[in-house]
Design a protein around this ligand. Sequence first.
Ligand code: UD1
Length: 354
Amino acid sequence: MKILSVVGARPQFVKLAPIAVAAEVAGVEHVVVHTGQHYDDNMSQSFFDALSIPAPDVNLGIGSGNHGEQTGIMLARLEPVLLAHRPDWVLAYGDTNSTLAAAVGAIKLHLPLAHLEAGLRSFNRRMPEEHNRVLTDHAADLCLAPTEVAIGHLVKEGLAERSVLVGDVMVDVLREVARIVRERPVESPIPPDASDYVVATIHRPDNTDDPVRLGAILASLGTLGRPVYLAAHPRLVACAARAGLTLDQGDVTVVPPLAYPQLVQALGRAGAVVTDSGGLQKEAFLMGVPATTVRPETEWPETLRDGWNALAGDPADIAKLAGRERPSTERNAPYGAGDAAVTTIQTLHERRLS
Ligand code: UD1
């Protein structure tokens, strides 16, 4: 069996890591195509290095652009690569523009398409990620869902026959990396003796692109009453500069985007997380750190149970929510047991079309 993975943005490199290992162990031929959507070292290469992911077989070198332009150029450059490899499965990950390009590229060539992290919904049609995930699920021959809730969405949309619950590969990679950094701590911009701080990230266009909203978010982060390490995505840096806003207000220290092991290590000693990232709110849940999500909704409603995650749709709520007590309840395991990548490769074998 030959699988061709298409990745391009930071969260996809994280998901690729356990899939690459499971594919290798199963003796599956695995071609990795990087679209080049993320290209800074600390947004891309550092993830390949830290997670020991084999170098991509192909890098399409796309870079930034408007949504249509970026996705369209990916599609054009992907087509000859797909034709040259003719894999048994094109595997698309998550919900970025690289995901959509992989989906459209595959189906136009009648190549079987599998979507990892299928069935997530925010029901917010303003989010580019929502378009990408809905379109990719409906194009896919196989929807690989991380949770029961995601399966429920796919069933409602008439995709039950094509859907399989495999669990969440983010559990696989988080567990492994948490074990490694416990044994061998990594260098990090967050001092090793710091504790009970807040890890913050903000990058979604809905939060960064409106100067008034961004200003309110940054002002709140400065008033949390404990150290805040703000790992600043390039979009955040650019939008703040354009709006004349200062990132390091009050107790905020700005640090560059963290490599994955640095992030996992940072969560180990954090008191709270404030984020608009899908991945980080779930990583916080898995590590037992209360998260405040700066969005009106979440694709990961399981994290909300017992207050492990709280939604701050209004930036005025961030300080109060981020200061809340850590819940004392046990967390259940809605994201699986850490074997999602192995199950994914098995499922791709079982459901192979050709
Ligand atoms: C993308 C995904 C989002 C994901 C996020 C993780 C889409 C629609 N969105 O958003 O779902 O949560 O990645 O980070 O695909 N930039 C750099 N260097 C880089 C990468 C980006 O400077 O290495 C700049 C770009 O020039 C652009 C901005 O950051 O101005 C946004 O990058 P882009 O990849 O378009 O989207 P993200 O906001 O990162």
